[in-house]
Design a protein around this ligand. Structure first.
Ligand code: AMP
Length: 303
């Protein structure tokens, strides 16, 4: 099934207590697309880059069969840039710099051949741009949205307007508290579901994720890893694995949503094992299935 992804394509400067990486390929849609590419080969990307985005970066996306005809290149501008520093626990980070660059004047134009996309993933960018993209898709089967504190703080009303058109909303615990104004995550999820999305997923970094649906709550652990190099993109990679799994399901049931959360968690666990997109660009399908099974074993108590 076809999956349209909009979000940032970026160059990131990342610092962790254990190393750093400058000018590395990142961006919400890059991580989402790479992660989802292990589940469907009909991925379409909409976004914008500057003249500093090189052929090798496109080649990497094409090597995973990702269609980038919807990515505009603004020759006079620079690609979006983000810099972040992780704290010692690797679970929290400070954003040091965000430069919107070509995203500041981006007017997304969804190519005609993408408008019949069945699944839509609105990755982390300006919520007004997310809505503009969604308005150009004829009849999506499922729309998921990811965002971050930057947009909750700077464009809360625009975000709420966009959320009214969304089926699944993915955000992390501090973002959920910020958006709902409530410190309790269960109540936060209820408040956020009332804004539109029937399904809300709250990610809790190394403590896993909570899925809130009409049918109840499902808790998934995060994979206990000995070495975590770089958590950047883990949230987007989670979203890519989550929606990727759903694209291959005949029906989107509560059970498949739960399995999708485990696939998302499995993909995110690969992402953090190397810097940037290095690991997520080259996993193999057996590894993914293995980790999915390990996830199931993690909290199983029956035989
Ligand atoms: P995550 O770690 O999943 O939150 O995603 C990190 C990625 O999001 C990085 O590769 C950044 O380039 C990108 N990013 C950071 N801030 C923003 C923002 N305000 N809008 C869009 N993308 C962003």
């Amino acid at each position: 099934m076809s999956l349209l992804i909009v979000g940032s394509l970026a160059f990131d400067d990342i610092e962790t207590p254990f190393g750093s990486s400058l000018n590395t390929l990142g961006g919400s849609s890059t991580y989402i697309a790479l992660s989802a590419s292990y589940f469907t080969d009909q991925i379409r990307m909409v976004g914008v880059v500057g003249s500093d985005f090189e052929q090798q970066h496109f080649d990497l996306l094409h090597s995973r069969n990702i269609d980038t005809r919807g990515v505009q290149m603004v020759k006079t501008g620079k690609t979006f840039r983000w810099a972040g520093r992780y704290h010692y626990d690797m679970n929290t980070r400070d954003t040091l710099d965000t430069q919107l660059n070509v995203f500041a004047d981006f007017d997304p134009e969804v190519p005609a051949e993408y408008r019949n996309s069945e699944f839509v993933c609105l990755g982390n960018i300006d919520p007004e741009l997310q809505l503009k993209v969604l308005g150009q898709i004829s009849k999506p089967k499922l729309v998921i949205l990811d965002t971050m504190n930057f947009w909750i703080e700077s464009k809360p009303e625009e975000l709420k307007k966009t959320l009214a058109h969304v089926d699944v909303f993915i955000l992390n615990d501090s973002e959920a508290r910020l958006l709902s104004g409530d410190p309790n995550l269960v109540r936060s999820a209820r408040i956020i579901r009332a804004l539109g999305p029937k399904t809300v997923i709250i990610k809790k970094g190394e403590h896993g994720a909570l899925l809130f649906t009409e049918d109840g709550i499902f808790a998934a652990p995060a994979f206990p890893l000995e070495s975590i190099y770089d958590p950047t993109g883990a949230g987007d990679t989670f979203a890519g694995g989550f929606i990727g799994h759903l694209t291959r399901c005949e029906a989107i049931t509560d059970r498949e949503m739960r399995r999708a959360v485990l696939y998302g968690s499995a993909m995110a666990s690969f992402c953090v094992e190397k810097f940037g997109t290095e690991k997520i660009a080259a996993v193999d399908l057996l590894e993914i299935e293995d980790r999915f099974q390990s996830f199931r074993e993690l909290s199983r108590i029956d035989g």
